[in-house]
Design a protein around this ligand. Structure first.
Ligand SMILES: NC(=O)c1ccc[n+]([C@@H]2O[C@H](COP(=O)([O-])OP(=O)(O)OC[C@H]3O[C@@H](n4cnc5c(N)ncnc54)[C@H](OP(=O)(O)O)[C@@H]3O)[C@@H](O)[C@H]2O)c1
Length: 254
């Protein structure tokens, strides 16, 4: 039985993580779930998974409390208590599915506490990846990336001699603006930008995909996660989005 906390359980990654939990009854115990403003969905997740803790933005704590009723779940403040949840002694795996910089403190806290950490969030690694990864090395925390490009690289490197790694390729689908000429940009609406041609994801990452900022983040994320030099990472535009990433070894095999 693995005991898990999902930070950002009401988002695209968080909801899918809970689907996996539901698919394997008896394999996971949910200790904590968190959201920012979506207290209605968090309340229904609390009823379904009965975690010991749930955290929500302070102004929605009364709503969440009354929605979960007699449930024994302790309600915490999502702006303050994520680091506490990420380092609980009774937790084995911390899934970082919050978007933006809010992931930084809980990531560091889980790394220092030696947890198994599954980060989908990339912003924390961009901001302070070196600090996080050195805390993880020091404590023995295991970082298993969930972001698809990094996850594929991580899997390709299992059992391989890292010294033989020559290059990492990250692919970019091109996002919502790939086929739209710049002359039309001024007429675009937010909804146009949020129509990703391949995936349904949270709003921030969808906008970052359209501007390619997301790929910039991923280059930094890969550099921090795998301790390679930036010049070893190349981005390839691949609108079919069949391959998320590749590794090339010194014998030329990819
Ligand atoms: N979606 C994907 O397929 C995908 C793929 C690769 C990487 N990622 C990365 O994974 C992370 C999550 O992405 P997502 O697409 O799942 O995002 P999302 O759908 O927007 O969900 C974000 C989650 O974080 C919570 N949250 C947002 N701001 C918060 C704050 N200030 N304090 C506490 N909680 C906060 C949200 O709560 P509410 O629901 O209450 O707002 C929600 O639970 C991002 O860093 C993204 O770059 C996502």
């Amino acid at each position: 039985m693995k005991r898990i906390v999902i930070l950002g359980s009401t988002g695209s990654i968080g909801i899918n993580a809970l689907k996996v939990v539901s698919r394997f009854p008896g394999r996971f115990q949910v200790v904590g779930l968190t959201a920012c403003g979506n207290w209605e969905l968090l309340a229904s997740q609390v009823k379904a998974f009965q975690p010991k803790y749930a955290a929500i933005d302070q102004k929605f704590i009364p709503d969440l409390r009354s929605a979960v009723g007699k449930q024994k779940t302790k309600v915490l403040d999502a702006q303050q208590d994520l680091p506490f949840l990420a380092s609980l002694a009774e937790v084995d795996i911390v899934i970082l599915a919050v978007s933006g910089r809010i992931a930084l403190e809980p990531f560091l806290s889980a790394a220092k506490a030696g947890k198994q950490i599954a980060p989908a969030n990339k912003e924390a690694l961009v901001i302070a990846g070196d600090m996080i990864m050195s805390a993880a090395r020091w404590s023995g925390a295991k970082v298993i990336p969930v972001d698809s490009e990094q996850s594929a690289i991580f899997q390709c490197l299992q059992g391989q001699n890292k010294a033989e790694l020559e290059k990492i390729y990250l692919t970019a689908s091109g996002g919502a603006l790939y086929n739209i000429p710049g002359s039309r940009f001024d007429a675009l609406t937010v909804n146009d930008i949020l129509k990703h041609p391949r995936w349904k994801m949270g709003k921030k990452i969808t906008v970052d995909s359209a501007t390619l900022m997301n790929k910039g983040f991923e280059v930094i994320e890969a550099q921090r996660l795998f301790s390679v030099e930036v010049k070893q990472i190349e981005v390839v535009v691949h609108p079919q989005a069949i391959i998320h990433s590749m590794v090339c070894f010194c014998d030329g095999s990819i």
